[in-house]
Design a protein around this ligand. Structure first.
Ligand code: PMP
Length: 351
């Protein structure tokens, strides 16, 4: 009786080692601090909160502000503490024991992890050796398993590849349950599934404040979906799961989105610089539509390269022990100086 459930015992959890080094390029955050003006506004917000009262349970104002941003109705928006919690809420409502959840591997590991925690069975579709996804494989997985939830990640983490729109359209045509498109990195990509959201399509599109919007510490994410899906997420969520300060701070942040999005252009040009430099070193590099780059450290074992980078003060993500990613490392695009330091370190590491 002191043992946890089987699903928990079988899992080791999802951890990105946090090492105290000068240059951290391992968790795909924004390298830029949020706008100073927003930080000043936060001080004022603290004194406007009725701290002895529970917050607005439906986060009415926040949902209205997010809905406006995307041209949808507030009833089509659900907000949570990071998009991980959004994903968890979706899986509490639509996953669970006796149901199947489909992923196309390699992809963001939390889909499978959270699905299993809810007791659902995970069915894994396979990508091609070049890590792109075929429509035929989407059709095979859906027809064979009839999943209640199917995940696509656009752009995909950890590959950085943009998922072609025709893959999503093909999936929506045959979907047997809800389709979740995780758009944590959408701002760095050239297309978004957001405009396909409509009350008669079983599509849910998730977004986060942790990347482009420079607020990973605040923990805010949301989903835009048909009203009938949102209603079920509200049932699955805990009462008052979004604290009052966060609601107000996020509403304030939304008036700075243009300013934060101008930084996307800088990240994209730095991304090209890193990709080109890695290719000059004859490393295999995947084309990224995101703020990170997957590459294969051929020649030397990836873990040796990772350690050498770390010894030089640069932390990247070692994906080489993950299934299907032998030899691979993933680097987040940082500030120009951080990227230059990374490039100098990788030259030394692979030479
Ligand atoms: N989805 C993807 C694809 C991610 O890479 C991440 C962050 N690593 C998340 C969701 C979770 O983001 P957050 O919970 O910070 O919103």
């Amino acid at each position: 009786m002191f043992e946890p459930r089987d699903q928990i015992r079988a899992m080791s959890g999802y951890h990105s080692p946090q090492v105290d080094v000068p240059i951290r390029l391992n968790t795909n955050e924004s390298p830029f601090a949020p706008p100073e003006e927003w930080l000043r506004q936060l001080e004022g917000i603290v004194s406007t909160i009725d701290w002895n009262r529970y917050p607005d349970r439906s986060a009415t104002e926040l949902r209205r502000t997010i809905a406006q941003r995307h041209g949808v109705r507030p009833e089509q928006v659900f907000v949570a503490n990071g998009s991980n919690e959004v994903i968890q809420t979706i899986l509490l409502a639509y996953g669970g024991a006796g149901r199947k959840v489909a992923t196309f591997e390699p992809t963001y590991q939390m889909y499978a992890q959270i699905a299993r925690v809810t007791g659902a069975q995970v069915v894994e579709g396979e990508r091609q050796p070049d890590l792109t996804l075929d429509v035929a494989e989407i059709e095979r997985v859906v027809k064979e398993h009839q999943p209640s939830v199917t995940f696509l990640c656009n752009p995909n983490n950890p590959t950085g590849l943009v998922e072609p729109e025709h893959n999503l359209r093909a999936l929506l045509k045959i979907a047997t349950g809800i389709v979740v498109v995780d758009e944590a990195y959408a701002e760095f990509s050239d297309w978004s599934a957001m405009e396909l959201v409509s009350d008669d399509v079983p599509l849910a599109v998730t977004r986060t404040f942790s990347k482009t919007l420079s607020m990973a510490a605040l923990r805010v994410g949301y989903v835009v979906a048909p009203e009938w899906i949102i209603k079920n997420l509200e049932i699955a969520a805990l009462p008052y799961h979004l604290d009052a300060f966060k609601q107000a701070a996020t509403i304030a942040a939304l008036s700075f989105t243009d300013e934060m999005e101008t930084r996307v252009a800088t990240i994209k040009s730095e991304r090209s610089r890193i990709q080109n430099s890695l290719r000059e070193l004859n490393l295999e590099v995947w084309e990224s539509g995101s703020n990170f780059i997957l590459f294969r450290a051929s020649g030397k074992p990836a873990t040796e390269v990772w350690q050498s980078l770390l010894d030089q003060g640069v932390l990247v993500r070692d994906c080489s022990s993950w299934p299907r990613l032998a030899g691979c490392l993933r680097v987040t695009v940082g500030t120009s100086d951080e990227n230059s330091a990374f490039l100098q370190a990788i030259r030394a590491a692979v030479s």
